[in-house]
Design a protein around this ligand. Structure first.
Ligand code: ASP
Length: 589
């Protein structure tokens, strides 16, 4: 045994014991007569002390210790005269009797402290050092605890965890697949699962009526902020359930996680919001409902008055920012710049200050009068002292831009507190979305999602308006998960593939096995999957999912620690009978 105790364990009640600890040297402080060493492991920090006059050999030895050396020390636990109330071991220290260096260490490229001087690139390159820091360790501990509580809760509800294959058939619908060449089947490829969707449905056919899995998923998407090519889902499926049963079950899981992990009681049912309302009032399918500031559509009353920007607009929307009539020119300019950023794309911003004295100051005085401003303010429930912010233009784009502006105002006004949590189910998603470029419908969720029964007949006449039995769990404006009731009938499933533009042959080739399975007694079923990384980062109060993944990829999908992806050798390629083309050719080892 290298140790009798951990570095986080000893208390005043242990005084007098001779103990052996092992760990990393956090820091050495030489204060003339005494040398203090902070010894660290996963469990905490313990102070070691050497009296330089008493024992010169030992004091000479510890002076040589560098940061992050791995040492084994033996000594006696004693009470400290100056106690450190910030750490659990702060009442004791260890009078060192011996110290053995188990391994020396190069100077780390950044400080292993809570507030480090290392930027993200550097920390990720040396992630194993970064993981020694408390915030990283706490994030992984939180992740572990959440995984444990998920398993506990779902097991108690009769769910069983079943593993599904990582090497599967490529079914390119949704994101792009990562593919893996098969050496034994030259020219043939596996795909890594974008999610275990078809397998979990097959498990329902097999009778495993409550399945879950904490599982890696892979999507070869273009890089967007805070996306990882591989990520973890809590994947679930149930049989003999309707949408209500699923929402209730996973509301239970959500409440359990809040209680057991964060000690937060979420009482009452989660609000439900139809997708159409989410778009209309918040301009997004994942509204942050920690605060109001809902959109008010003033198109009817504000257009046709000679202001070209409004007259040409399909939609004019306003939000009311409480107590912001006092905003300065500079603050309004900043907001205008904000909405004009290319990612947001608005052409400009109209404001109406409803001053405390009841007068108005606006950017459109030339075109409108007091009666107009009064009417808009009334529609927005604005009070003197408030500020209306108005965007106009193409409907979809303007709703989206107004949604971004609303979030920005929420940030500026401190309405998005990290410690307040507002869960919400967004329901009644459209089944399909039209893509202008390819001139076809795509499944908004995935092709196995069931249309609402009352809308099925519209599949032929007006597919775009068909609503799905699909739902998302949103917390604080973050999409935590989503799912749907599935089609469990091969005829309807075939029809869905047809609407999605698959030929019969393509559908058969890609999903024949599923439709075949449906012929052998498929129960009604549905499910959901939660983005585990995102949920952990929400609970951790961290902005990026990278911080809660032990070894994440960077924003360009690279593992900068071990430098992947990377070329492979000619021999490996030959075995796979793969020849590289064009640009890729220079990448052979
Ligand atoms: N497989 C879906 C997804 O990954 C979730 C579900 O429908 O259960 O988004």
């Amino acid at each position: 045994m290298y140790r009798t105790h951990t570095c986080g364990e000893l208390r005043l009640s242990d005084a007098g014991k001779t103990v052996t600890l092992s760990g990393w040297v956090q820091r050495v402080r030489n204060l003339g007569g005494m040398t203090f060493i902070d010894l660290r492991d996963r469990y905490g920090i313990t102070q070691l002390v050497v009296n330089n006059e008493d024992d010169n050999a030992l004091s000479r030895q510890v002076k040589e210790l560098g940061r992050e050396y791995v040492v084994q020390v033996t000594g006696k636990v004693t009470g400290r005269s100056s106690k450190n109330t910030k750490i659990p071991t702060g009442e004791i220290e260890i009078i060192l009797e011996s110290c053995k260096v188990l391994n020396s260490a190069d100077l780390p490229p950044f400080t292993i402290e809570d507030e480090t001087d290392g930027g993200e690139e550097l920390r990720m390159k040396y992630r194993y050092l970064d993981l020694r820091r408390n915030p990283a360790r706490k994030a992984l501990e939180l992740r572990h605890k959440m995984a444990l509580e998920v398993r506990k809760y779902l097991s108690d509800q009769n769910f069983i965890e079943i593993e599904t294959p990582m090497l599967m058939k490529s079914t390119p619908e949704g994101a792009r697949d990562f593919v893996v060449p098969s050496r034994l089947n030259p020219g043939q490829f596996y795909a890594l699962p974008q999610s275990p969707q078809v397998f979990k449905q097959l498990l329902m056919v097999a009778g495993y009526d409550r399945y879950f899995q904490i599982v890696k998923c892979f999507r070869d998407e273009d890089f967007r902020a805070d996306r990882q090519p591989e990520f973890t889902q809590i994947d679930c499926e149930m049989s003999f359930v309707n949408q209500e049963d699923i929402l209730k079950t996973f509301e239970g899981l959500t409440k359990h996680l809040f209680k057991s992990v964060k000690n937060i009681d979420i009482t009452g049912d989660f609000p439900r919001m139809p997708y159409a309302d989410a778009m209309k009032y918040y301009g997004t399918d994942k509204p942050d409902i920690r605060f109001g500031m809902r959109f008010v559509d003033i198109t009817e009353v504000a257009s046709g008055k000679g202001f070209k920007v409004f007259d040409d607009a399909a939609y004019i929307g306003a939000i009311c920012a409480g107590n912001c009539a006092k905003y300065s020119r500079k603050e309004l300019d900043q907001l205008t710049d904000f909405v004009k950023r290319p990612q947001i794309g608005a052409k400009g911003l109209v404001y109406v200050k409803y001053n405390e004295d009841g007068t108005f100051k606006t950017s459109v005085d030339k075109f409108f009068g007091e009666d107009d401003f009064k009417q808009w303010c009334e529609m927005c429930n604005a009070r003197p002292g408030d500020l209306l912010l108005i965007l106009a233009g193409n409907k979809d784009k303007t709703l989206k831009a107004l949604g971004e502006l609303r979030l920005e105002m929420g940030n500026r006004l401190g309405l998005r507190e990290k410690n307040k949590f507002a869960p919400l189910w967004v329901v009644d998603f459209p089944l399909l979305e039209w893509d202008d470029d390819t001139q076809r419908y795509y499944a908004m969720h995935h092709p196995f999602t069931s249309p609402k029964e009352e809308d099925i007949e519209l599949l032929d006449s007006d597919p775009g308006v068909v609503r799905a039995n699909a739902y998302d769990l949103v917390i604080n404006g973050v999409e935590i998960g989503g799912g749907s009731i599935r089609i469990h009938n091969d005829v309807l499933q075939q029809k869905m593939f047809k609407v999605l533009g698959f030929t019969e042959e393509e559908a058969e080739n890609q999903f024949g096995f599923l439709m075949n399975a449906f012929k052998y007694g498929a129960p009604p079923h549905g499910g959901v999957a939660f983005g585990f990384d995102r949920w952990v980062s929400l609970f951790a109060g961290m902005d990026s999912i990278r911080e809660v993944i032990a070894f994440p990829k960077n924003n360009a999908g690279r593992d900068i620690m071990n430098d992947a992806p990377s070329p492979i050798s000619k021999k490996q390629l030959d075995e796979l009978m793969i020849e590289l083309k064009g640009e890729a050719k220079k990448n052979v080892l």
